[in-house]
Unconditional design. Structure first.
Length: 393
């Protein structure tokens, strides 16, 4: 009994340190990008992050109490030092240490940016204000809280899934600020500052927390070259690189992503592997994926989809794609040669009317746009399990 009483404070301190380390390191082990995450794993990670602010100080206090009981125990001294040392790490976010936030972004007119016209960007227009975000910048920072046309938005990019999306930061009367918090199946997660909920980047849906299942509103965005965006939006501003992060802005994003093996495969779809790039389109409950190279070669495609017809057209930059929804009895459109400035007509209908890449004819009549998502196949299939795949190759 005497021996047990002597070692009991050490055992209690050891258990307390173990608990503290589980709460500190557990979330990052659960969200490690080479393993799968389901909703239960994400919920567990969220609870560990939420409660560690209370649990870890308690663990530290338990170690100190054990030290008081056995002040000459070297083992308890070491355990107490470890418990105390874990507390400052609560203030650190390993994901933001690797992908640092951009608190003071700098925007300039495109003509003053000095950026290469072939730069890939994610562009949005809200209430007459246009903004372009270079993808290599977003790929490093993962998220940028911004305001365009008076609307709070979050421009986001997930390197491992090649997914660039822009979301509204307004939800139920709240204006959310989002920060990088983790990873779910090789797609980044964000945490909002109002409810503490976690949000999946590729679909804007809450994956854990008080807002579980709710979705952020998508802001229509275009992934294209800076040259094409500037031709359509000459007064647009553009995010410019900041010197202190220049070394982190890599141009070959595919090579960077492939350093980590993909964890999701879909063997039932012959010819598509996890990191094949696809354009994804969804109308009602009818999602469809298009192989990027096949669609770029075709230049224009019309298919029946979602009770109507989908029209997909490749832009003058030969890299971007836009889509429009047409009535089910729509007549064919034909792709024509591009104009030199990138703003002229790109297709004609059976009546001879000319239509530009923004889906508008010369009278100002415009087609109904459909959001086009460009991402790796594994990510599209993970979010759209019932997807079909176009036969276009």
């Amino acid at each position: 009994m005497g021996i047990f009483n002597r070692i009991l404070p050490f055992l209690i301190a050891l258990a307390a340190v173990g608990v503290a380390l589980v709460f500190l390191l557990g979330p990052y082990g659960l969200m490690e990008p080479t393993r799968l995450q389901d909703k239960d794993i994400l919920s567990a990670a969220l609870h560990l992050v939420t409660w560690r602010w209370r649990i870890m100080p308690i663990c530290c206090a338990i170690c100190i109490r054990a030290l008081v009981a056995r002040p000459y125990s070297i083992g308890i001294w070491l355990l107490t030092l470890i418990a105390v040392a874990t507390l400052p790490f609560n203030l650190l976010n390993p994901y933001e240490l690797r992908n640092k936030p951009l608190p003071n972004p700098k925007f300039v007119p495109i003509a003053q940016s000095g950026l290469d016209p072939s730069e890939k960007i994610l562009g949005i227009t809200i209430r007459g204000e246009s903004r372009a975000y270079p993808i290599r910048i977003l790929a490093y920072h993962a998220i940028l809280n911004d305001q365009v046309g008076g609307q709070p938005v979050a421009a986001t990019y997930s390197l491992l899934s090649h997914s660039g999306r822009v979301w509204s930061r307004v939800l139920g009367g709240l204006v959310l600020n989002l920060r990088l918090i983790g990873n779910a199946n090789q797609n980044v997660l964000f945490q909002d500052d109002k409810t503490g909920s976690w949000w999946q980047q590729s679909i804007g849906r809450s994956a854990a927390g008080r807002q579980l299942g709710k979705r952020l509103a998508v802001v229509h965005g275009d992934e294209m070259t800076l040259r094409q965006w500037a031709a359509e939006h000459p007064t647009s501003s553009v995010l410019v690189p900041q010197p202190e992060f220049a070394a982190n802005y890599v141009s070959d994003l595919d090579a960077a992503a492939r350093k980590i093996p993909a964890i999701l495969e879909s063997e039932e779809y012959s010819g598509l592997v996890a990191r094949d790039l696809v354009f994804g389109v969804r109308i009602k409950d009818d999602p469809r994926a298009y192989r990027v190279q096949g669609l770029l070669r075709a230049r224009l495609l019309m298919e029946r989809m979602g009770g109507g017809v989908i029209l997909l057209v490749v832009g003058p930059d030969n890299q971007s794609v836009r889509a429009w929804r047409l009535p089910k009895d729509a007549l064919p459109y034909t792709r024509i040669a591009d104009s030199a400035d990138g703003t002229g007509p790109v297709m004609t209908d059976v009546d001879g009317a000319l239509w530009n890449f923004q889906g508008c004819d010369q009278t100002g009549k415009c087609l109904e746009p459909v959001e086009v998502v460009k991402e790796y196949w594994f990510q599209w299939h993970n979010n759209n399990a019932e997807t079909s795949v176009s036969r276009l190759r």
